[in-house]
Design a protein around this ligand. Structure first.
Ligand code: NAI
Length: 699
């Protein structure tokens, strides 16, 4: 059932019932209009209450219908709202808990609104790159005033009902109920009180003006332009609210609808809607049902209190989960502890963390030098040196001391999780939890599924990730997992570009203009160029035929590891992070070209971006085909949350889909002709070639 209909004496009550948040899907919409008709036809009914069952009034559009024809099928939301407005008997919305998007628009079509305190009220459409499309931009300013309404519409952020109810002169809520519990009774009483009032009040009939008019909207536009950057929707929100102050209501509704539909087609909105769905999809693993039993995680142990161990521990402390850190030496423990303190103290200083919260978190942290003291932890995460021998020693100890059923996780970034699992007699309990640095900040967590990893272990780790507010993506075992395996191809291309004629600054600027948070060379300087160097040295042995530009090795031979050594691809002034193009590095590159007999050419920004981004796409296609990632959208999530891929482009796979896979492959074929590039790499991955042949997309 999607909406219940009951008559309480002389009042009809329509209760939306479409869990979890009473999304306004097709069946629910139909149920509302049916119930309205029934109430209007029943002579015993004098007024109607519209409310929501469970944990929401309504969260708005039904995300299960996103992009399907059902989303627009009649009665669409506009028709439902019109039916409510046109009801001959007054309709009172009894609003509680969550009232968002289409849910708020529906309530604004009602003749009266009574709200419980603590209700989150929002028009979040802008977060999906849209303007509200069912009257939100035309009705909300009429009841809340132009400025307050515009703030809500442009930010998409929820505001609590009691706050809104206290805005002077507001007409959004006719009454603030005493509590959620008393809302139903109060709504019935209120409905009886207003049952005879005619004409029925309609939001559409209220005036909508701003005293400063054009000046105010000019100011708002300037403010929003600065924040909106790559997204068109926030400015359209300003336009739509301005329309509410200038056009007649019905005309304004048409204009809003047109804006909504136009935005729906923009790549930016497509990207945001894709991300919204991809985030939810990432937590679903094809062969691990949602009802898979999970293990209880009440306490955590972290092995190694270095860069990663400390950050990992903070995630759990922040979530209120006690952590015990283990090291080999007291000095290392002291250092790790001091770093955690320093991080928290910086947050306290900035006012981002309250002193008492800081103390609570530190109280959850304990340390030890003895394995026997961590055996009772439900989950242990290893973050020691990246050497298989060290991991072996650690996992043998863990196997010895950990209680049965404990989950044994490794934060390794390059080692084989299957091998690590077999250092124990319980490979089903072993899993990779690959955090990104700084681990207390970065959203991404690659959950590495070994061949023996138990389904309940995976399900548990995904749930833990949610608790510590990470975006978890499952990766199979391979060198580099999803993210780093792709970035290796990207870095190789960056090297070729230098050899052929580009400068580090030109490459960085081109991809930063595309929207990346940081270009590959600035990134290298930040992370440390020696890390890539170590990986390449390994590659030279494992894959002697793989082509690399030598420029990055030459840079490291100069001792230019990046910011930590005060010099890398760029020069740095002491204590500053600004990247200054380096004459020394440019000379090194030029000398290298001469030695290789390469005549530099001018490379366009377009070519730079295409080669870097398509190298990610082609490697990703291999990753998908091999089953390392189970869906293209998972790869997008990895790049959006771990590698600074521009949000407005929706990730490398969605971007490739939007460019058109045929066009992507055409460019790749062209790059393969370049004798200085790696022709073999640019052979389209079989999956990519097949998608092109079948005129399909990744997503
Ligand atoms: P780190 O060198 O900062 O910290 C390692 C810590 O482990 C040191 O404090 C060391 O004393 C301790 N340790 C070494 N052997 C130990 C043992 N047998 N028992 C107990 N403690 C021991 O290294 P970092 O950067 O924190 O890396 C740790 C792990 O995380 C590695 O596997 C690395 O590949 C992985 N990782 C590192 C990332 C990074 O950006 N640094 C990103 C993702 C993963």
């Amino acid at each position: 059932m999607t909406a219940e209909y009951k008559v309480h004496g002389d009042i009809a009550v329509i209760t939306l019932n479409n869990p979890p948040v009473n999304g306004l899907g097709f069946a629910t919409r139909l149920a509302i209009t049916d119930a309205l008709a029934k109430a209007n036809a029943d002579a015993a009914v004098i007024a109607i209450v519209l409310t929501g069952a469970g944990k929401a009034f309504s969260g708005g559009a039904d995300i299960k219908e996103f992009g399907s024809p059902k989303a627009l099928a009649e009665p669409n939301l506009l028709s439902v709202i019109l039916a409510v407005e046109n009801s001959a008997k007054p309709v009172v919305a009894a609003v509680h808990s969550v009232c968002m998007g289409g849910g708020l628009e529906l309530s604004l079509g009602c003749h009266y609104r009574i709200v419980a305190p603590g209700c989150s009220v929002a028009l979040p459409e802008v977060k999906l790159g849209l303007v509200p499309g069912a009257g939100g931009t035309q009705r909300l300013p009429r009841v809340l005033g132009v400025e307050a309404a515009l703030n809500m519409i442009v930010s998409g952020e929820p505001v609590k009902s009691e706050l809104l109810a206290s805005v002077p002169g507001q007409k959004l809520f006719d009454k603030l109920a005493a509590s959620v519990e008393s809302l139903a009774e109060e709504a019935l009483a209120f409905a009886r009180e207003v049952a005879a009032v005619r004409p029925l009040p309609l939001v559409r009939n209220l005036p909508c003006k701003h005293p400063l008019g054009d000046a105010y909207f000019g100011f708002a536009r300037n403010m929003v332009k600065g924040m909106a950057k790559n997204f068109p929707a926030p400015l359209k929100c300003v336009d739509a609210v301005e329309v509410a102050t200038k056009q007649k209501f019905d005309q304004g509704m048409l204009t809003e609808r047109e804006m909504f539909i136009n935005l729906m087609w923009t790549p930016e909105s497509r990207a945001l809607r894709h991300i919204f769905a991809a985030e939810r999809a990432a937590s679903k693993i094809p062969d691990v049902p949602e009802d898979t039993p999970k293990r209880d995680i009440q306490s955590v142990a972290v092995i190694g209190a270095g860069t990663m161990g400390g950050g990992i521990a903070m995630n759990f402390l922040n979530a209120g989960i006690p952590v015990k850190m283990l090291e080999m030496k007291q000095e290392a423990l002291d250092r790790g502890l001091a770093t955690i303190r320093k991080n928290y103290e910086a947050q306290v200083k900035k006012g981002k963390l309250k002193q008492d919260k800081y103390e609570q978190r530190m109280a959850l942290l304990s340390t030890t030098l003895r394995y026997d003291e961590i055996g009772q932890a439900d989950l242990v995460i290893e973050a020691v040196f990246e050497e298989l021998g060290v991991k072996e020693a650690v996992f043998k100890e863990l196997d010895r001391v950990m209680k049965p059923g404990a989950i044994l996780a490794s934060n390794t970034s390059t080692l084989d999780v299957n091998k690590i699992a077999h250092f124990t007699k319980r490979p089903q309990d072993v899993v990779g939890m690959h955090f990104f640095s700084p681990a207390n900040v970065m959203k991404l967590l690659e959950v590495v599924r070994g061949e023996k990893t138990g389904k309940d272990v995976l399900a548990t780790v995904m749930a833990v990730a949610k608790k510590i507010r990470k975006t978890a993506v499952v990766s199979g075992v391979c060198d580099g997992f999803i993210g780093n395996r792709m970035i290796e191809q990207y870095s190789r291309q960056a090297g070729f570009l230098l050899e052929e004629g580009a400068t580090p600054a030109q490459v960085d600027k081109a991809v930063e203009k595309f929207g990346f948070a940081m270009g590959p060379f600035r990134m290298g300087d930040l992370a440390g160029n020696d890390i890539g160097w170590a990986i390449r040295k390994r590659r030279y042995v494992e894959k002697p035929d793989l082509k690399y530009s030598k420029t990055a090795d030459l840079l490291c031979e100069m001792g230019r590891y990046g910011q930590k050594t005060g010099a890398g691809w760029y020069d740095y002034q002491a204590g500053k992070r600004d990247a200054i193009p380096s004459a020394l590095v440019e000379k090194m590159i030029a000398d290298h070209r001469t030695a290789q007999g390469i005549t530099p050419r001018k490379i366009s920004d377009d070519e730079i971006v295409q080669r870097l981004v398509y190298s990610l796409v082609n490697e990703a296609a291999h990753i998908l085909q091999e089953g390392i990632a189970s869906k293209a959208s998972d790869i997008d999530m990895v790049y959006l949350t771990g590698y600074g891929f521009p949000i407005h482009r929706g990730g490398p796979m969605l971007y490739a889909d939007q460019v058109g896979l045929f066009n992507v492959v055409q460019s790749m074929n062209h790059f393969a002709q370049n004798p200085l590039d790696d022709a073999k790499f640019w052979q389209p991955a079989p999956l990519l070639a097949k998608l092109v042949a079948d005129s399909k997309t990744f997503n």
